[in-house]
Design a protein around this ligand. Structure first.
Ligand code: DX5
Ligand code: ZN
Length: 216
């Protein structure tokens, strides 16, 4: 099953609860939570307090994308009854195996994200232990950027590894996804689709979520 995860980075922060409720009502499956620290990426977004303020406003599961240095120091903060995934960046984790085990020990699923220029081979020795691999199709830091085409080849290669080895992880894509390119990535094996500006920038959010779901 393919699931849509709108990124609240592109939502109206002054009405975050309503925006989250709106995408839930429209049929979105997951809320993508982009956490940026101004060090790992050149932008600061929001932290666990803001995410937790959505508990009760929506029942959708949280897909936490940590674009931060030293994520081990903050993992506990993001664990709630609604947290499904916590994803860290391979580039931010010198002891990635330990960090993945740490996330799992908190009772949530563990994801690893790769920046556009990072090779899949960096995950060779951990692919059998992760619940999710997030392929970045923009350089992380901002919403509304253009899809980087090489990400599609990376998804295809990752999906081939997954099928050859019977790995159970989910493949997620994040960055520059719109109604025009979403089919190319789902056809290549993506099962969790992040969309920020293309959902929250739409005149009618409900209609836009529906248009995505019609393509799944
Ligand atoms: C980028 C973030 C993305 C971003 C996606 O650093 O990780 O999740 O919000 O936004 P769009 O879909 O507008 O590229
Ligand atoms: Zn993200």
């Amino acid at each position: 099953m393919i699931r849509l995860a709108p990124s609240i980075l592109s939502a109206d922060f002054s009405r975050l609860g309503e925006e989250a409720a709106a995408i839930e009502k429209a049929g979105a499956h997951v809320i993508h939570v982009d956490v940026m620290d101004g060090h790992f990426v050149p932008n600061i977004s929001y932290g666990a307090t803001v995410m937790k303020s959505l508990c009760g406003k929506t029942k959708l599961p949280f897909d936490v994308h940590l674009m931060i240095e030293h994520p081990d120091n903050y993992l506990e903060d993001f664990v709630t009854d609604q947290t499904e995934y916590i994803t860290v960046h391979q580039e931010a984790c010198p002891h990635l195996h330990r960090t993945v085990q740490h996330i799992k020990s908190l009772g949530v699923k563990a994801g690893v994200a790769l920046n556009p220029a990072t090779s899949l081979t960096t995950l060779d020795y951990i692919l059998d232990e992760v619940d999710l691999v997030l392929i970045m199709s923009v350089n992380p830091g901002f919403g509304g950027q253009k899809f980087i085409g090489s990400a599609l080849k990376k998804v295809e290669a990752l999906n081939a590894l997954k099928e050859q080895n019977g790995y159970p992880f989910t493949i997620e894509i994040d960055g520059g996804i719109n109604l025009q390119n979403v089919r190319s990535v789902t056809d290549a094996g993506v099962e969790l689709v992040v969309a920020g500006s293309s959902v929250f920038g739409a005149e009618d959010i409900r209609q836009r979520v529906g248009e995505f779901l019609d393509l799944f």
